[in-house]
Design a protein around this ligand. Structure first.
Ligand code: CP
Ligand code: NVA
Length: 304
């Protein structure tokens, strides 16, 4: 069988729902997986810092019987005298999978196209598919069903937002991307997600009005206002995004059982208040834990 990547949510679109279910099954079976990835090595290359992605992939490989190798991209020859393509070919001779966190999605794509082993994105400037997969696991656990539920993303239309657009469309959630006009999600992704949603009977919409958007929401979601690699000054970000902060006033507009999500790391007082982040409707730490289970599902499907 040809090798497959998980660089965009679209790469595993047809299995997205099965991956969510597999993650929930693996979560229940934690400690009893056997060793389905025995003898397999995942090379993890990071161009940017990480807490969750690095640790959860490493633990996932260990618990599936395999091995993960962490590499700081600045200590490789790639980009300083060795081409991306040569690096991808060499890695393909050593290991069984590559997890890559990149600044530039074009470099991610180049590795994905050249490597003969599966390449999984640990985030780039366009998408964060593993985050979105874990988020769908969390919603399934907390809400049981997807269809007809209102998912509101508030803040910067960034990589996380882009992958959530595809994921919500696939799962049948109605997603509102509520962002400033200058920071809307990627237009092509928004359009692609809207097409998937159309075929699915769900809706993808854009809004600049958080008060309107949050009304009757089932899920409120936010992420940092300044992503890694984004040079927007902090003061400018605060001006641009402050009306999109998830706080108790916006949360009061949502349904009583609305859950609050954040991919973390969080900046209390900016995109979310401490009161909401640490309050009873926040599910952020279950959400973080689900990175482990979701990535096990992806690793099991791609590397076995
Ligand atoms: N959410 C997420 O990807 O976190 P890290 O940057 O810590 O990996
Ligand atoms: N949008 C954020 C996500 C961090 C997990 C970033 O790219 O920095």
């Amino acid at each position: 069988m040809a090798k497959r990547n998980l660089i965009s949510v679209l790469d595993m679109k047809d299995e997205w729902q099965d991956l969510v279910d597999l993650a929930i099954k693996l979560k229940k079976e934690r400690g009893n997986h056997g060793a389905p990835l025995a003898g397999k090595t995942l090379i993890m290359i990071f161009e940017k810092p990480s807490t969750r992605t690095r640790i959860s992939f490493d633990v996932a490989m260990t618990e599936l019987g395999g091995h993960a190798l962490y590499i700081d991209a600045s200590n490789m020859h790639m980009g300083h005298g060795e081409t991306v393509e040569d690096t991808a070919k060499v890695m393909s001779r050593f290991a069984h999978g590559i997890m890559y966190r990149a600044y530039d999605y074009k470099v991610m794509d180049k590795i994905g196209d050249t490597a003969t082993i599966p390449v999984i994105s640990g985030l780039d400037n366009l998408e964060h598919p593993c985050q979105a997969l874990a988020d769908m696991v969390t919603i399934k656990e907390k809400k049981g069903t997807f269809r007809g539920r209102k998912f509101v993303y508030l803040g910067d239309g960034n990589n996380v937002c882009n992958s959530l657009l595809y994921s919500c469309a696939i799962m049948g959630l109605d997603m509102v991307a509520c962002c400033p006009a200058t920071r809307m999600p990627n237009a092509e992704i928004m359009l692609g997600a809207a097409r998937i949603a159309d075929a699915n009977g769900s809706k993808i919409t854009a809004s600049h009005d958080p008060i309107e958007a949050c009304k009757d929401a089932d899920i409120l979601y936010t992420d940092t206002w300044v992503s890694m690699g984004d040079s927007t000054p902090q003061e400018k970000a605060i001006k641009m995004f402050s009306i999109y902060q998830i706080n108790s006033e916006l949360l009061a507009l949502a349904k009583d059982d609305c859950i609050v999500m954040h991919c973390l790391p969080a900046h209390r007082g900016n995109e979310i208040t401490a009161e909401v982040m640490d309050g009873p409707q926040s599910v952020v730490f279950d959400q973080a834990e689900n990175r482990l289970h979701a990535q096990k599902a992806a690793l099991y499907s791609l590397l076995r």
